[in-house]
Design a protein around this ligand. Structure first.
Ligand code: ADP
Ligand code: MG
Length: 701
């Protein structure tokens, strides 16, 4: 493997531009390229030719099937394979793939969550090729399949997936952003493209441990487990040298990703023991989102080949660092300008400030929605602890840019960081050194030199959620700015006035201090910023008119589509917490309590034997008493979980159900856990039925 040429294998399994230009007739290639560039639907008149070329290419790669690959609301990707074979009259087969089969699929949608958008009898759903994301072949064991990245909508055209709103939001931000650029005098750019670089954190533990832990298997996180003797106290894992077995895993994962055209680029040990990160080179948002889905899948598959299990949950281990997925987001033009690059001439500076003002406005006005976009039962376990940002949305700009923005907000005496007056569109800003903007790792939404890094997003998330929200709310801010700029007589004055007004109005959302400090939540409250610590509270804003309006106005969701999304999010939250509750019950009832009972009986007989022999049984009885007390507490926790589950199941309002899951089930699990974790530390290691934190995080077989 080490001898493979990376340049040769990169994108080897992708029907990319170079393959297209080689295999398609010139005019078809040109039409297809134009469609991809403009983000239009594929012209049916060329579809047959394109499909046929794809089929031949895929068959040469060993493919027997094709599939429409989509991202329903289940949290995982979906694929249904169809073979290329067609029967012939003489009893044989020919391999066929038509333009129609490429463009559109018709999977039965009835078993995918729709949040009440349609009844089961109208089960039909359509998948449609997102031709801006290239098709590829994927190899799973001996099976090789042509994958077609798709959007998924219902018979009536309602959105059923995560990709459709993403594509719609990319159009919205492009449209409104272009209005602003044109008003500022740009005559060369035709499109704005949102970009994404998703850093993916994960844990790797020995597969054998997962087989012994139902909680990891079913919930992706430990519901029980005492703290290890050594946690992350010494900070010796972060950026440490990579263990050989892990390095072999990473090499193979990289190779598989590169073949799929995923630009996995950086890799390192993360803060917690057994925690790692991989990040790609950023790219066009929808393609980068597909690539992140593939990255998660490849990490999990390759891990198994190496005897590892890859945990993507945001908080697999209590009191240890959780896993995030930092969403690095920006906007570029089709002629190569990054709109979040401050630039070094007066015009670029002014443009940067307008874009920045739009983002500051958007994030402040729609902070609850942005918070909701990363809310889930699993991320609730991570936010606010152990190097994860708190649940309060704020923006970090860094000292230098922060000062410039504050000065602009003050108006009149506009000044750059050195205190010199600046006039947007006329004067220049001092060059912002990129590393100076990235020192604050505690911010949920940080400007990092030429992009924003949304760190609140968790490791399991599909990046479309936070990014379609960002695109939509920024599109709205850009729209309002464009409305003003298009009417302005003096564009520089208008820019100055808009930036001043917006930075002043939304100053409260900018926070350059320590987000982990105890003082921040108090300060944030004074500023009127919300601290939505849990998913059900975060989701509530989706019922508000201003949220419905922004999605409707930018054609991302109709109110009924948004409502269905809310129902799905609430149900998913509740179901996940219920699964945790049931899993905790099973582990406690069938593994922990029997083991503790047996151990206590052994202890009691040992005490009797010692006493009979004339020895002192005082240690025995002290321990026995403690164990029995804790066993009682564990049983108490089990009773609480049972009661809580029944109460949640009896509730039929989705919001109340989620709230009950949060308020009753999660604390009950915690109650059981507290007793069990104490027991784990005092009973014989040989009788404890679950692999411990010490074993899972440090022992490799
Ligand atoms: P850090 O760990 O310091 O945050 P990394 O290098 O791990 O930095 O990750 C930064 C991520 O941001 C990479 O995936 C990188 O490609 C991405 N990125 C860089 N520039 C942009 C941009 N303009 N738009 C989106 N993502 C970007
Ligand atoms: Mg980062």
């Amino acid at each position: 493997m080490c001898c493979e040429n990376v340049q040769e294998i990169f994108g080897e399994d992708v029907f990319n531009d170079s393959v297209m230009s080689h295999r398609l007739p010139k005019n078809v290639y040109k039409t297809l390229k134009n469609t991809i560039k403009k983000g239009h639907e594929l012209d049916p008149s060329i579809a047959d030719v394109v499909a046929n070329a794809m089929k031949d290419w895929a068959i040469e790669k060993g493919a027997t099937h094709y599939c429409h690959w989509f991202q329903p609301m289940t949290g995982v990707t979906a694929e249904k394979h169809d073979s290329f074979i067609n029967l012939t009259d003489d009893g044989g087969v020919i391999m066929n793939f038509s333009g129609k089969q490429l463009i559109q699929g018709e999977p039965d949608a009835s078993s995918f969550p729709s949040g009440g958008l349609r009844a089961t009898f109208e089960a039909r759903g359509y998948t449609a090729w997102d031709c801006t994301s290239p098709v590829f072949v994927k190899r799973d064991g001996d099976n090789t399949t042509l994958f077609i990245p798709c959007a998924f909508i219902s018979y009536t055209g309602d959105v059923l997936d995560k990709k459709t709103p993403l594509l719609r939001s990319m159009d919205a931000v492009c449209k409104q952003g272009m209005r602003v650029l044109k008003a500022l005098g740009n005559t060369t750019s035709e499109r704005i493209i949102a970009t994404l670089g998703a850093e993916q954190e994960y844990f790797l533990i020995d597969e054998s441990y997962v087989e012994q832990r139902l909680d990891l298997m079913l919930c992706g996180r430990t519901l029980f487990g005492a703290q290890p003797a050594k946690g992350q106290d010494l900070c010796d894992h972060y950026f440490g040298s990579i263990e050989e077995r892990v390095a072999n895993f990473m090499a193979e994962a990289n190779r598989d990703l590169w073949r799929l055209g995923v630009s996995a680029s950086t890799q390192h040990n993360e803060v917690a023991p057994s925690q790692y990160e991989v990040a790609p080179i950023f790219g066009t948002l929808n393609v980068a989102t597909d690539h992140n889905q593939l990255t998660m899948e490849v990490l999990q598959k390759v891990a198994r080949r190496h005897g590892f299990y890859c945990l993507l949950h945001e908080k697999p281990f209590h009191n240890m660092n959780g896993s995030g997925k930092h969403v690095n987001w920006s906007m570029s033009t089709d002629d190569g300008m990054n709109l979040l690059d401050p630039g070094d001439n007066p015009h670029d500076n002014a443009q940067f400030m307008v874009i920045l003002a739009a983002i500051v406005k958007a994030v402040d006005e729609y902070a609850p929605l942005l918070r909701a976009s990363v809310a889930s039962s699993s991320n609730d376990c991570r936010l606010g602890g152990h190097e994860a940002p708190p649940a309060i949305i704020s923006i970090f700009l860094g000292d230098q840019l922060g000062k410039i923005v504050a000065n602009i907000a003050k108006g009149g005496k506009n000044a750059n960081a050195k205190g010199e007056a600046i006039q947007l569109g006329v004067g220049t800003l001092p060059k912002l050194p990129k590393d100076a903007t990235d020192r604050n790792r505690t911010s949920p939404f940080a400007f990092t030199g030429n992009k924003f890094e949304f760190r609140m997003a968790g490791s399991l998330i599909n990046t479309s959620g936070p990014t379609f929200v960002l695109n939509t709310i920024v599109a709205e801010a850009l729209k309002q700015i464009a409305d003003k700029l298009e009417k302005a007589k003096d564009i520089n004055k208008a820019v100055q006035a808009i930036c001043q007004e917006l930075f002043k109005k939304h100053e409260r959302i900018i926070f350059n201090g320590d987000n982990y400090s105890e003082a921040w939540p108090k300060e944030a409250e004074k500023r009127g910023l919300l601290n939505l610590t849990n998913a059900p509270d975060a989701f509530k804003c989706m019922k508000e008119k201003y949220v419905k309006d922004v999605f409707k106005d930018h054609k991302v969701f109709s109110p009924s589509e948004l409502n269905s999304r809310l129902e799905i999010l609430l149900d998913t939250y509740t179901q996940n917490v219920l699964i945790e509750g049931r899993t905790a019950l099973t582990i406690a009832n069938r593994e922990l309590i029997p083991a503790i009972m047996e151990y206590s009986a052994r202890l009691a007989s040992a005490a009797a034997v010692v006493k009979d022999a004339g020895g002192c049984d005082c240690v025995h009885s002290r321990r026995l008493e403690k164990i029995c007390t804790l066993l009682g507490a564990l049983q108490g926790g089990v009773d609480s979980i049972e009661e809580a589950l029944a109460k949640v199941e009896a509730e039929d309002n989705s919001m109340k159900q989620a709230e009950k899951a949060r308020d009753l089930v999660r604390p009950a699990i915690q109650e059981a856990r507290a007793a069990a974790d104490e027991l784990e530390e005092i009973v014989d290691a040989d009788v404890w039925p679950l692999p411990t934190y010490n074993e899972m995080l440090y022992l490799r077989s």
